[in-house]
Design a binder for this molecule. Structure first.
Ligand code: ADP
Ligand code: GLC
Length: 474
């Protein structure tokens, strides 16, 4: 079965968050299961692209409103990622370094989608499934089914995966002229709340939509930034498939980014050495429990409450634990955390920035990983931390709820709390400190969590089953 995955991110080509990890792994695992899955991304002027060989496989021009853009499709020469990787390059629009945050981001992503459809259509390809991820590629199902230009593609099944329902990629209706020759009777499908809403359009037009955990599927019906009623109406088309992790990249037995490898059978020594390396680097005391946070410093992640919760916990448990943070995001949250570092030198440290290798060392060398998310469609950090024997402390929401069982419950291994509040967080930190004192219990939980299987094998097959059900409806 031929599948095209379309997204803005894909590890290791361009990563901002978990979307990249999913798009860089799911197709590989689908191919292992006998599919023929490929990934199409915008062209980024980044390390992976500069260091690898690409062949130009298609060239044409597309119209965005009254502007004509030349574009080319490049294919990575060796399929080294375990799938065919295509990049769409548009000089002046899709040839930059960053993934997001350009003032003409809307134009960039509309042009990307049009160029993809032009390419598939003009080169007479008929894939079985076009699988779009998040709002950046949310207009594709509408265009395939309701633009005369792409009528060749009207019978191809589309699947749309929502990794983050908070962002919709809204465009004002004065940008409607970007869309080529669409059926004017169907423009309502693009609209939500008086604007063109690519996420809403995809939920309405894709044959099926999925979310990255079953709990998040339900949560969207009461919290999706204005689309709640839409998710309620369309719920029969939705399903929740939990993300997996790429066990080739996230493997404590062989991870080149950590100095000391370790196995689920005997994790203690390797973890202790990684912790020592981490504590030395950040001036922390290796004897104390190390609680870390990795992630985007935004409200969704509850990052705004971390500094207050750590301060409260250090007041309640003076000198009893260390805290380390790796992240970047809202400047005011970065500021809060930097102040924490200044206030508690030797107990708290923060690294403001993005550092892939450091993240691996933190998963490997920490005792606990804090995730106080307000919204967490799936969350990969807790899955990496489980694999690296680090106890996740999570707010029970979305994918965190679906993957972390509290150690107080049968078969449990993590720490869960219910409210995004300083109270709940500091109470949970207190539980972590107590657990750390009970080494045999901690070791038992570590064994239990490292034996869990969150690899992509299972979830990739769930997507394949979904695709197959769509083929049968043709
Ligand atoms: P989200 O996609 O919402 O940010 P996920 O938990 O799905 O959350 O995935 C986050 C991914 O990004 C993980 O691979 C995590 O390790 C990585 N990550 C986040 N922030 C950083 C950072 N500052 N440095 C390195 N890796 C980071
Ligand atoms: C989004 C979500 C995160 C999820 C990731 C990959 O960024 O915020 O929870 O793990 O996508 O699906």
């Amino acid at each position: 079965m031929r599948i095209y995955h379309l997204a803005a991110e894909c590890y290791p080509v361009a990563k901002v968050g978990g979307l990249a990890d999913v798009v860089g792994a799911l197709p590989k695992y689908q191919n292992k299961a006998g599919m023929n899955a490929a990934v199409v991304l915008p062209y980024y002027n980044r390390k992976f692209v500069k260091e690898n060989v690409f062949d130009v496989v298609f060239q044409a021009a597309t119209l965005l409103g009254n502007k004509r853009y030349y574009f080319e499709v490049l294919k990575e020469h060796t399929d080294k990622l375990g799938f065919e990787l295509y990049l769409i390059r548009i000089p002046g629009l899709l040839d930059r370094e960053e993934v997001y945050m350009y003032p003409d981001e809307r134009e960039q992503f509309v042009a990307f989608q049009l160029a993809f459809l032009d390419w598939i259509s003009y080169s007479q390809q008929t894939p079985d499934i076009i699988h779009c991820h998040d709002h950046h590629v949310g207009l594709i199902p509408f265009l395939m089914y309701h633009s005369r230009l792409y009528s060749r593609l009207a019978n191809i099944a589309t699947v749309f995966t929502i990794h983050n329902g908070q962002y919709h990629g809204v465009l004002s209706w004065d940008k409607f002229n970007y869309l080529p020759d669409v059926d004017l009777n169907q423009t309502g499908l693009l609209d939500w709340g008086g604007s063109i809403n690519p996420l809403a359009a995809a939920v309405k037009c894709a044959w099926r939509y999925t979310t990255v955990s079953p709990s998040y599927l339900h949560e969207l019906e009461y919290s999706s930034n204005g689309l709640e009623y839409l998710f309620y109406l369309e719920r029969s088309k939705g399903s929740g498939i939990i993300n997996g992790i790429d066990t080739d990249v996230w493997n404590p037995k062989a991870d080149p980014m950590i100095p000391n490898k370790f196995t689920p059978a005997k994790p203690e020594e390797g973890k202790a050495k990684n912790k020592a390396a981490l504590c030395e680097k950040f001036g922390l005391d290796v004897e104390k429990p190390l609680i870390s946070f990795i992630g985007r410093l935004v409200l969704e992640k509850g990052a705004d409450l971390i500094a207050a919760a750590i301060r409260r916990s250090l007041f309640e448990h003076p000198g009893e634990f260390n805290f380390l943070m790796l992240g970047t995001g809202e400047p005011w949250i970065e500021q809060q955390l930097s102040e924490l570092k200044n206030q508690f030198p030797g107990q708290c440290n923060v690294f403001v920035g993005y550092d892939e290798s450091l993240s691996h060392l933190i998963y490997a060398g920490s005792d606990f990983l804090l995730m106080p998310s307000r919204v967490e469609p799936c969350g990969l950090n807790q899955l990496y931390s489980l694999r690296y024997g680090t106890v996740p402390i999570v707010r029970a929401t979305g994918g965190l709820k679906d993957t972390v069982i509290d150690f107080g419950d049968e078969g449990g291994y993590g720490i869960r709390f219910n409210n995004v509040s300083v109270d709940d967080m500091s109470y949970s930190i207190g539980r972590a400190i107590a657990l750390y004192q009970n080494k045999p219990h901690l070791q038992l939980l570590r064994k239990r969590m490292m034996a869990l299987d969150f690899s992509w094998d299972r979830s990739a097959k769930e997507y394949i089953t979904l695709y197959e059900s769509l083929k049968n409806t043709l």
